[in-house]
Design a protein around this ligand. Structure first.
Ligand SMILES: NC(=O)c1ccc[n+]([C@@H]2O[C@H](COP(=O)([O-])OP(=O)(O)OC[C@H]3O[C@@H](n4cnc5c(N)ncnc54)[C@H](O)[C@@H]3O)[C@@H](O)[C@H]2O)c1
Length: 332
């Protein structure tokens, strides 16, 4: 099997001539979960870079509206399930990289439906890895900081023991085990990204929840939990940047990287910041108390020094700037 690292060893210089910029220009790539929050932004960027992109999604939670404007720009869409190995194998036949983002992504859903969560995430990932083995693709896998559970050490490095507290985190950890197995047994190039809290246009999760509640009633915001639960928020443009770096860097295969900014913000503070960015005044913020939902983590904070060093990745967007861009985009 030709080592894909060598295919990408050639880096291109940016217009300034200073920063190395990896490129997937003219390469065929497949994005699973392409109609989701992250997948749709990734497809957009890849097309801008001149890649030939196939979007693979069964629209389980994704929306065709997130990507339909890209059809004119050459996006090839396959509506199919990652639990269908035959279609997956055909779809990835000529591609060099599979960005594997498709997943069941809700922690509360995973606590109520562990079998379905496991089936989509683990069997789906196994199918992706098997297709990649046959077709010699590099795989970039979207893992999660949920694999750490509630770590004592913060910022948390990749070497910290994994101990998930939710079925979602458990299924992501099992996926990571499959990634490592394929890597070690078959020499497949797999990169695992342990993503903290990504946000931006079309996102879901806590910010979506806050914005929807404030749109409905701009005078009141009920926050689930104590408000002290804290998250490392990473903006979508920084997220897309590291996905592409993981796909092109010769140093990335075989590694797991934390994807977070190294700054954590509690949810009460997040609510304050959002209210300010939305230009709202005199909003009564209340807290339900207790755990926001079963399986919710307390504090997430990434030690991102490995990604900075090995991938030359540096998050560029502060939470203040990111919230402003999200609200200005009107996509929520
Ligand atoms: N958003 C975050 O903060 C975050 C944090 C950690 C990890 N991740 C991981 O990153 C990836 C992308 O996250 P996102 O926020 O864009 O999620 P998302 O829910 O917006 O997107 C997931 C996509 O996968 C598709 N999908 C689900 N099941 C499928 C199946 N069986 N076959 C084909 N497609 C299927 C959905 O339709 C959806 O378009 C996921 O794997 C998620 O677990 C996200």
């Amino acid at each position: 099997m030709e080592n894909l690292s060598s295919k990408f060893a050639l880096c291109f210089l940016s217009q300034t001539g200073e920063l190395p910029l990896e490129s997937l220009e003219n390469k065929e790539v497949v994005v699973t979960g392409a109609a989701g929050f992250m997948g749709s932004s990734l497809c957009r960027k890849l097309l801008e870079q001149g890649a030939k992109v196939t979007a693979y999604d069964n629209l389980y939670s994704g929306k065709i509206e997130f990507i339909e404007d890209l059809f004119d720009k050459g996006l090839n869409f396959i509506k199919a399930d990652i639990r269908d190995p035959t279609t997956l194998e055909k779809a990835t036949k000529n591609s060099e990289v599979i960005f594997h983002l498709a997943a069941q992504t809700s922690v509360p859903f995973s606590m109520k439906n562990p079998q379905e969560d496991c089936e989509i995430n683990v069997i789906g990932t196994l199918n992706v890895l098997e297709a990649a083995r046959k077709n010699e693709n590099r795989v970039v896998f979207a893992s999660s900081c949920a694999v750490y559970g509630n770590p004592k050490k913060k910022p948390t490095p990749e070497t910290y023991p994994t101990k998930p507290i939710a079925f979602y985190g458990l299924s992501k950890l099992l996926c990571e085990n499959c990634c490592q197995f394929h890597q070690e047994t078959y020499g497949l190039e797999v990169v695992r990204l342990r993503i903290f809290n990504a946000y931006g246009p079309n996102c879901h999760g806590v910010l979506y929840d806050f914005i929807k509640k404030l749109q409905k009633n701009p005078k009141k915001l009920e926050v689930l939990g104590t408000g002290k639960q804290s998250r490392d928020f990473v903006y979508i443009s920084d997220m897309v940047d590291i996905l592409i770096k993981a796909a092109t860097s010769p140093a990335a295969p075989g590694e797991a990287f934390n994807v977070g900014t190294g700054r954590t913000t509690d949810v009460a503070e997040l609510a304050k910041m959002l209210i300010k960015v939305m230009g709202l005044k005199n909003v009564e913020v209340s807290f339900t108390g207790g755990q926001a939902w079963e399986g919710d983590m307390d504090i997430t904070l990434a030690d991102n020094s490995k990604a900075k060093k090995m991938l030359q990745w540096k998050p560029q967007v502060s939470l203040e700037e990111g919230l402003k861009m999200l609200i200005d985009s009107e996509k929520y």
